[in-house]
Ligand binder design. Structure first.
Ligand code: RFL
Ligand code: PHB
Length: 400
C-alpha cells in the first residue's frame, strides 16, 4: 500500500463515517488518507444498521455512491407497531409531508463506499496497527501507525476521528477536556440474518410481555430480526429454533402465522447504550459518528447520525479550504450535538416504550408495562402522537 507522508485530512476508521467523509472531501478536491485497524473483509462482515433516513440517502448520492442503493434498496413509507396482539401502521410518508426511509444494509453502504474509494485510487491503509494521534492542539498534527512491523507517520492539517466507540481518537483526549454522558440499558438485542421472505412489507416493532422484538429486512428475500435478550445470554445459548420460537411468541397472531423460518447466516448479541461525548472538537481533532455517540438501535438512528456529523464536518472542511474561514469548524461541535441530542432522546424514548424492563425502582416492572401500553394506545390513535414519531423516525431537519 502506498500512501503520502503528508495529506490535508487523516481519517481514522473505515466504517461508514470515515469512508463517507473521505468521499465527500475527495469530491471537493481535499486530499485525505483513511487508516483502518481491521481488514476490508472484517469491516464488511459486521452486520449492523438497515434503515437510512432521506438525508443519509441524499448524502450518499452527493458522494456519488447512490446508484446501487436506488436499484436494490427498498423505500418504506411506513412502519408497524405491535402490542396487545394487534398491529398498527404509522404512515411515515403521510405524516411527515412526504418523507420516506430507505431499507439498505450498512454492509452494502460500506461496500459501495469502499468500491468508490478504490476506483478513485484514494489511499486507504487497512490493518494499520497501534494508530496514535499527535499534536492536535497545534496547526501541524500528525498520525502514526504500525504496518507490517514498521512505524509510519503522516502529517496533516486535520484529524477526523471516525473510529467508532472503542476507537483511539476519543481516548486520546485528556480527561479534563471531555465530558461523557452515558446510560447502559439492562438488556441486549440478539439479531439474526436469514434468507427467507419478510413477515410483512414494512418493519414491525413489537412490545410484548416476553420482551421487545423487531422484524426487519435487507431485501425481499433476506430478513434481519431481533429479540430483546438478557445481558448474560451468549449466542451459543440461542439455537436457530429457539430464536424463531421466541420471535414468533412475541408477534401478533397474523404476523406469527406469516413468519417464515430458515437457517441463520449470522447471529450476534449487541448491548444497548445511550452515550454522548462533549465537545466533538479538540483543536485540530474532530470526532464523528460512533466515536462521539451511541444510541440504542430502537430508533434506527446510529448510522444516520454518523452521516449527519459527516455532513456538517465535510462542509466545515470545504469552507475552510475554499473560503479560508474557520467559522464552520468552530461551530461543528455545537451544531452536531444539537441534532445528536434530539436523536438520543428519540432513541431513548423508543427504547423505553418498547422494551420489557426488569422490575426495580421507578416506573419499571408491572407499572412500567401498564404505562407503555397506555402510551402506545394513545399514540396509535392520536395524529399528534403519530406525527411526532414519524417526524423523528424519518429524520429531523438540519440547521443549514
Ligand atoms: P463504526 O462502524 O464502528 O466504524 C469505525 C471504524 O473504525 C475502526 N477503528 C480503528 N481504526 C484504526 N485505529 C483504531 N484504533 C481504530 N479503532 C476502531 C473500526 O475497525 C471500524 O471499522 O463507526 P461509524 O463509521 O461511526 O458508523 C456508525 C455505525 O456503524 C453505527 O452507528 C450503526 O451501525 C448503528 N446501528 C444502526 N444505525 C442506524 O442508523 N440504523 C439502524 O437500523 C441501526 N441498527 C445499529 C443497528 C448498530 C447495531 N449494533 C451492532 C451496535 C443495529 C445494531 C444491532
Ligand atoms: C436493522 O434492519 O438492522 C434495523 C432496523 C431498524 C432498527 C434497528 C435495526 O430500529
Amino acid at each position: 500500500m502506498t500512501f503520502p507522508r503528508r495529506t490535508q485530512v487523516v481519517i481514522v476508521g473505515a466504517g461508514p463515517s470515515g469512508l463517507l467523509l473521505g468521499q465527500l472531501l475527495h469530491k471537493a478536491g481535499i486530499d485525505n488518507v483513511v487508516l483502518e485497524q481491521r481488514s476490508p473483509d472484517y469491516v464488511l462482515g459486521r452486520i449492523r444498521a438497515g434503515v437510512l433516513e432521506q438525508v443519509c440517502v441524499d448524502l450518499l448520492d452527493e458522494a456519488g455512491v447512490g446508484e446501487r442503493m436506488h436499484r436494490e434498496g427498498l423505500v418504506h413509507d411506513g412502519i408497524e407497531l405491535a402490542f396487545g396482539g394487534q398491529r398498527h401502521r404509522i404512515d411515515l410518508k403521510a405524516l411527515s409531508g412526504g418523507k420516506t426511509v430507505m431499507v439498505y444494509g450498512q454492509t452494502e453502504v460500506t461496500r459501495d463506499l469502499m468500491d468508490a474509494r478504490r476506483a478513485a485510487g484514494l489511499p486507504t491503509v487497512y490493518e494499520a496497527a497501534d494508530v496514535a494521534v499527535h499534536d492536535f492542539d497545534s496547526t501541524a498534527p500528525r498520525v502514526s501507525f504500525q504496518l507490517e512491523g514498521v512505524r509510519h507517520e503522516i502529517a496533516c492539517d486535520f484529524i477526523a476521528g471516525c473510529d467508532g466507540f472503542h476507537g483511539v481518537c476519543r481516548a486520546s483526549v485528556p480527561k479534563e477536556r471531555i465530558t461523557h454522558f452515558e446510560r447502559v440499558y439492562p438488556f441486549g438485542w440478539l439479531g439474526i440474518l436469514a434468507d427467507v421472505p419478510p413477515v410483512s412489507d414494512e418493519l414491525i416493532y413489537s412490545n410484548h410481555e416476553r420482551g421487545f422484538a423487531l422484524c426487519s429486512m435487507r431485501s425481499k428475500t433476506r430478513v434481519r430480526h431481533y429479540v430483546q435478550c438478557s445481558l448474560q445470554d451468549k449466542v451459543e445459548d440461542w439455537s436457530d429454533e429457539r430464536f424463531w420460537d421466541e420471535l414468533r411468541s412475541r408477534l401478533d397472531p397474523a404476523a406469527a402465522a406469516a413468519l417464515q423460518t430458515g437457517p441463520s447466516i449470522e447471529k450476534s448479541i449487541a448491548p444497548l447504550r445511550s452515550f454522548v461525548a462533549e465537545p466533538m472538537r479538540f483543536g485540530r481533532l474532530f470526532l464523528a459518528g460512533d466515536a462521539a455517540h451511541i444510541v440504542p438501535p430502537t430508533g434506527a438512528k446510529g448510522l444516520n447520525l454518523a452521516a449527519s456529523d459527516v455532513r456538517y464536518l465535510s462542509r466545515a472542511f470545504i469552507e475552510f479550504y475554499a473560503d479560508h474561514t474557520e467559522a464552520g469548524i468552530d461551530d461543528y461541535s455545537r451544531k452536531a450535538l444539537r441534532r445528536i441530542w434530539k436523536a438520543e432522546r428519540f432513541s431513548w424514548h423508543m427504547t423505553s416504550l418498547l422494551h420489557k424492563f426488569p422490575a426495580g425502582p421507578g416506573d419499571t416492572g408491572e407499572v412500567g408495562h401498564r404505562m407503555q401500553t397506555a402510551e402506545l394506545d394513545w399514540l396509535v390513535h392520536s395524529t399528534a402522537g403519530m406525527t411526532a414519531l414519524a417526524e423523528n423516525y424519518v429524520g429531523l431537519a438540519f440547521e443549514d
